[in-house]
Write a protein that binds this ligand. Structure first.
Ligand code: ZN
Length: 285
């Protein structure tokens, strides 16, 4: 299998979120020859959208995605309205920083205002997600900001995302139409027996639904459900195989490293983290 194009490496800012502010991440990307970035909203808010946009633009970085919108299910109408308003702001911010897509996390079971889950109606939650994305789409589509639905591993179905497979995401795109697409995160979907077919299905749509590709690795054992992702090559995901499926489906976008790692990478010298991302992208992705 061929080596990945080094120019396609992108850094999701969560990978060094505990060590660096957004301006430091931008400078770090330049130092390490990383050409893409995917910022999180809180890190952008910390410096202000305008300043963040200017720094990213001046650095010449491709914004492979903006993290994130979504989180639609809520127990009452006010909660759903608040989610919609927040998603519209996320679309505005994504446009301001020149993102290629806004990453959409479905949200899990309906919560109250304090964030406590108040319902066991999973099917109902999935309907809220469909309706929520549909409403944001009315705002995002005319503005030209694609919504990248990111299926999450089923272990997050209750609290983060009740869209858990690429098949589900493809079905949502079928239903909602233009302006929707998919963010394929290797960590979330690597186990899916239908992965290859569903990547092909997403790529065969016109235009292609393959909007983003996130990479990290699945560690065995995994010590924490959220913050124990591995560096490429340290786990069990066949990343070159996955990339070959994406490429066969026509994907030519960035390879965005997204690693939440409370006990390991978030404790390391961030320059070492970026150097490792670059090396492992070449060797293991
Ligand atoms: Zn991701």
């Amino acid at each position: 299998m061929s080596e990945p194009d080094a120019a396609l490496l992108s850094l999701n800012t969560a990978t060094v979120r505990t060590q660096w502010s957004l301006p430091q991440v931008v400078a770090g990307c330049l130092r390490h020859g990383i050409r893409g970035i995917a910022p999180w909203r809180d890190q952008v808010a910390a410096v202000g959208v305008k300043d963040a946009a200017a720094r990213i633009r001046d650095a010449g970085l491709v914004v492979s995605g903006y993290c994130r919108g979504g989180l639609f299910p809520a127990i009452d109408r006010d909660g759903r309205r608040a989610a919609l308003d927040d998603n519209k702001r996320a679309v505005d911010e994504a446009l301001a920083i020149g993102a290629r897509c806004l990453v959409i996390l479905a949200g899990g079971l309906p919560k109250d205002r304090d964030g406590t889950i108040r319902s066991k109606d999973l099917a109902g939650a999935r309907e809220m997600v469909r309706d929520g994305i549909g409403e944001v789409l009315e705002y995002a589509r005319p503005a030209g900001m694609p919504l990248a639905i990111e299926p999450l591993h089923p272990m997050y179905a209750a609290d983060r995302a009740c869209v858990n497979t690429l098949a589900q995401a493809n079905d949502l795109c079928d239903e909602l139409g233009p302006g929707t697409g998919i963010a394929v995160d290797a960590y979330h979907v690597w186990w899916d027996p239908r992965l290859r077919q569903e990547i092909a299905r997403a790529g065969a749509a016109s235009p292609s639904r393959l909007l983003a590709y996130h990479i990290s690795d699945w560690l065995v054992p995994t010590a924490d459900l959220l913050n124990d992702r591995g560096m490429m090559g340290d786990g069990v995901i066949d990343l070159p195989l996955l990339r070959s499926w994406l490429e066969a489906a026509g994907y030519r976008g960035m390879h965005e490293v997204e690693i939440f790692s409370a006990n390991h990478w978030w404790k390391r010298d961030p320059d070492e983290v970026l150097a490792t991302c670059r090396a492992r992208h070449r060797e293991c992705a």
